[in-house]
Design a protein around this ligand. Structure first.
Ligand code: CAA
Length: 259
């Protein structure tokens, strides 16, 4: 389908979703949230796609949920808006595709919440991340209080949420909010390189690993380990397990087929 607020491109097994509202620093309004959700569901069905990169056009990744759109919302409208945002982020989190957030510039409020639903976060040196909602007289509505606490721990999360202090890319990396920081002009190249590496693996296993880690952190260890045993054993019915082990023994590169 044609998109108005995002640009969707596909190349060599990698999908690139670029949020394209640079005039408002890629603020998330209802339309943009809907388009991102639709794009993820479209990619989900495309067998050729193995991994996705999410980024923003211009000087921001996403400067938050759209404040103009939210300013006159009733509580009921705000509830529907928050559910719309949560649905988008749950769709990314539950997707079979690993998502790489390539964070170019501001990633505030809904922007920080979006990168936390991704699987790997690469930030340009000049990126600024945070949950400044408190400065607007609201608390986060797209999972900020929950995913941030799970990622960086309760103490650090509460400090950032209660003060509304934004953090540099370096500080974000030091608290576990970002995997790596690169020069701004190396961001796209680095994201593409990591995406290419993931695309060359067995997509059955990239899907399994993402699902196991995401499901496992929210349940008890014994149940999570049982889940791992069941995914591990079912791998032995796949072409890719046979090919991966055969290729190792024959001292050649494996040719994974994603089944
Ligand atoms: N919503 C709507 N418009 C936004 C926006 C947002 N979140 N962020 C920036 N814009 C708009 C500005 O209003 C401005 O529009 P005009 O040119 O029409 O005035 C344009 O984008 C450029 O922004 P600035 O002139 O402010 O750019 P700057 O470089 O001086 O400042 C900034 C950049 C520090 C990111 C600043 O724009 C800012 O503080 N933005 C808001 C950040 C924020 O509070 N985000 C949280 C939103 S609430 C949320 O996300 C709730 C949730 O959890 C769901």
């Amino acid at each position: 389908m044609a998109y108005k607020n995002i640009i969707l491109e596909k190349k060599d097994g990698i999908a690139f979703i670029k949020i394209n509202r640079p005039k408002v620093l890629n603020a998330l309004n209802g339309g943009t949230i809907g388009e991102i959700t639709k794009a993820v569901l479209e990619l989900e069905k495309d067998d050729k796609i193995k991994v996705a990169v999410l980024t923003g056009e211009g000087k921001a990744f996403i400067a938050g949920a759209d404040i103009s759109a939210m300013s006159n919302m009733t509580p009921l409208e705000a509830k529907e808006f928050a559910e719309h945002g949560h649905n988008m982020l749950n769709t990314i989190e539950k997707s079979r595709l690993p998502f790489i957030a390539a964070v170019n510039g501001y990633a505030l409020g809904g922007g920080c919440e979006t990168l936390m639903a991704c699987d790997i976060v690469i930030a340009g040196k000049s990126a600024l991340l945070g949950q400044p909602e408190i400065n607007l007289g609201i608390s986060p509505g797209f999972g900020g209080t929950q995913r941030l606490a799970r990622l960086v721990g309760r103490m650090k999360a509460k400090e950032l949420l209660l003060t509304g202090r934004n953090v540099s890319a370096e500080e974000a990396q030091s608290i576990g909010l970002v995997n790596m920081v690169v020069d701004d002009d190396k961001l796209t190249e680095t994201a593409e390189k990591i995406a290419g590496k993931i695309a060359s693996k067995s997509s059955v296993q990239t899907n399994f690993i993402k699902a196991l880690v995401n499901k496992g952190v929210d349940i008890d260890l014994a149940t999570a380990n049982s889940l791992e045993i069941s995914y591990f054993s079912s791998s032995f019915s796949t072409h890719d397990q046979k090919e991966g082990m055969k290729a190792f023994l024959e001292k050649r590169k494996p040719d994974f087929k994603g089944n």
